[in-house]
Design a protein around this ligand. Structure first.
Ligand code: FES
Ligand code: FE2
Length: 355
């Protein structure tokens, strides 16, 4: 049987109800929330979630839902006061999620039990500056989910890197249509022949998978992009060959460059045929900040241009995947990361509810 998912999985709502809520899902870079009260709202599966920095500067996540009558609380991203105010009837909640005040409480029919109207906490853990959440009580700790990804990327600086560029785009696509292509190196010589294909000796790439939730690709540059003195000190020989790509199922990919640049892409389904796609770019910590920002902008512009080439490919795939003419075919070695995602998804599809 082919490793690839059949077309029917591309109209599949089960992922938003089970797979995403049951997984560790990348939601933010913690530097996007520098100060107390900074927040970012997102969606994990079908659940609205807010990630915020509390009064003690600790990161926390909650279901972004008012327990009174279910209004969502915070929209987009920004900074809230010391209290979160529900936009519907004005109840107030602390940054620790506790219910603090009821408007016009004298005429409430009954006083809620202490704690019963607090916001529901969501598990949050960090991998360096990357913030992940899960709605599952039974998912293993994030460090386990990441398998070898932490050890294999420990040499790259991230904490002090400049991250001055990010982008978010909403696309009317089933998230997998984009993610399958994003993970696949096989399409690079065809889809990206006008942009980045010439930079790599793509057939010399080495790909491998972790036990369950990760996969890796060491790509080989045709010629070094930077001079030897800009290569990170202490980088193992194979990492000096070119971009090292780490995928963590279901929604996170980071590409680490030999000079310390890092590019992250992520996807979150917001419906069966709707998703949000994000990209973040980090520069090396010791570069000239001005130059670094310019380089990052250039780097992220290139990532986005490449991503737009992928969208064109995605539109063709959307039609084809749903056709009776599609029977999943054999995998190429350069499709190993897509294959790994599909293998893991087949297992994840058997999960029962996540909470
Ligand atoms: S729904 Fe939030 S206060 Fe009523
Ligand atoms: Fe691509």
């Amino acid at each position: 049987m082919s490793a690839f998912l059949e077309g029917r999985y591309y109209v599949f709502a089960h992922e938003t109800r089970t797979v995403f809520p049951g997984s560790w899902v990348f939601v933010a870079d913690e530097h996007e929330l520098p100060g107390p009260g900074d927040y970012l709202s997102t969606i994990v599966g079908t659940e609205p979630v807010v990630v915020l920095r509390d009064a003690d500067r600790k990161l926390a996540a909650f279901l972004n839902v008012c327990p009174h009558r279910g209004s969502t609380l915070l929209r987009g991203s920004g900074t809230c006061d010391w209290l979160i105010t529900c936009p519907l009837h004005g109840w107030r909640f602390g940054l620790d999620g506790t219910h603090r005040a009821t408007t016009f409480s004298a005429r409430m029919r009954e006083a809620p039990e202490p704690g019963a109207m607090d916001l529901q906490p969501v598990r949050l853990e960090r991998w360096r500056r990357f913030v992940f959440v899960t709605l599952s009580d039974t998912a293993p700790p994030l460090a386990e989910w990441l398998e070898d990804a932490c050890a294999l990327t420990a040499t790259y600086p991230l904490e002090t890197s400049v991250c001055s560029q990010r982008s978010y785009e909403r696309q009317s696509l089933n998230w997998k249509v984009f993610w399958d292509i994003n993970l696949d190196l096989y399409h690079i010589p065809t889809v990206h022949r006008g942009s980045v294909a010439g930079e790599f000796r793509i057939l010399d790439s080495t790909l491998w998978t972790g036990p369950r939730t990760t996969s890796y690709a060491q790509m080989v540059l045709r010629r070094p992009l930077v001079s030897e003195d800009r290569v990170l000190p202490g980088l193992p020989a194979e990492r000096r060959l070119g971009s090292f790509r780490v995928a963590v199922h279901p929604n996170f990919v980071a590409t680490f460059e030999p000079d310390g640049h890092v590019f992250v892409s992520w996807v979150l389904p917001t419906g069966v045929n709707d998703c949000v796609i994000g990209a973040l770019a980090y520069g090396p910590p010791d570069g000239d900040p001005e130059l670094s920002r310019a380089e990052l902008k250039e780097g992220l512009d290139l990532v986005m241009a490449v991503q737009h080439e992928d969208y064109v490919a995605c539109r063709r795939n959307v039609v084809g995947l749903r056709s009776n003419g599609y029977r999943p075919g054999p995998a190429h070695d350069l499709e190993m990361q897509t294959e790994a995602l599909h293998r893991w998804l087949r297992e994840a599809y058997t999960w029962q509810g996540a909470r």
